[in-house]
Design a protein around this ligand. Structure first.
Ligand code: CA
Length: 237
């Protein structure tokens, strides 16, 4: 992982330097941008492998930085981990809908942040493989075969409704990353399905039940949405 380079966007010097130090210890190089504008200028010159983005910034705020990054860089190429104030669920939802991949709330443990960055870097590589195979495996038991539109649990087909399948496949495209209810609705929309936030929850409950032992890989992220972890070890993070 030593050739990775992470952009830390944070105006509070102490926090930025603490993050930089912990990433360095994990063998990850980073650069600090002290404002939204500085971050956008830096990304224009050299695209990092991941961005740790504080939302409260002078000049261009974090949500706007996120939106502008996504205008030119796809999620898979450039993961964004937002740093938000605790309890700012509306900002988290807005950020994820603008294309951020993950978030961490202040005050955070540097160790946890480093783990999130490492996951983002690792998963970015994997996501490409998942898409090209069109088949993904979770926890060694659950197989989603997007090419054939089937889901297998311990090699046996699982009987899912079109909506349940659509939700599962959407979450599986980016394992470990949070998706909001609105993103889920948008993803399954157009398959003659009408969904509301509340019905998303109902479908998720049904989906978990049908997936039995691996149902808990679909995590509820309170106030934000859902994420599918690739394994139980990943859940423990
Ligand atoms: Ca700040």
């Amino acid at each position: 992982m030593q050739n990775n380079f992470v952009l830390i966007v944070e105006d509070e010097r102490e926090i930025a330097e603490l993050v930089e130090l912990h990433l360095k210890r994990a063998g990850i190089h980073s650069t600090i941008a002290r404002s939204g504008r500085a971050a956008l200028d830096l990304i224009k010159k050299s695209v990092p492998d991941a961005v740790v983005l504080d939302l409260m910034l002078p000049d261009v705020d974090g949500l706007e930085v996120c939106r502008r990054i996504r205008q030119t860089h796809d999620q898979r190429v450039l993961p964004i981990i937002m740093v938000t104030a605790k309890g700012d669920e509306s900002d988290i939802v807005a950020g994820i809908e603008l294309g951020a991949d993950d978030y961490i709330t202040k005050p955070f443990s540097p160790r946890v942040l480093v783990a999130r960055v490492q996951n983002a870097l690792r998963r970015t590589g994997q996501a490409v493989a998942i898409d090209s195979d069109r088949m993904s495996m979770f926890d060694g038991q659950l197989v989603i075969d997007a090419g054939r539109h089937i889901v297998l649990l311990d090699s046996k087909p699982v009987d899912l409704t079109l909506t349940e399948y659509g939700i599962l496949q959407f979450l599986a495209k980016r394992p470990g990353f949070v998706r909001t209810r609105d993103q889920i609705i948008a993803a399954v929309h157009g398959r003659d399905i009408v969904l509301s936030s509340r019905t998303v929850d109902v479908h998720i409950t049904a989906l978990r039940r049908k997936l039995g032992a691996v149902g808990d890989l679909i995590e509820t992220v309170r106030g934000v949405g859902y994420r599918l972890s690739e394994s139980r070890e990943a859940l423990a993070e």
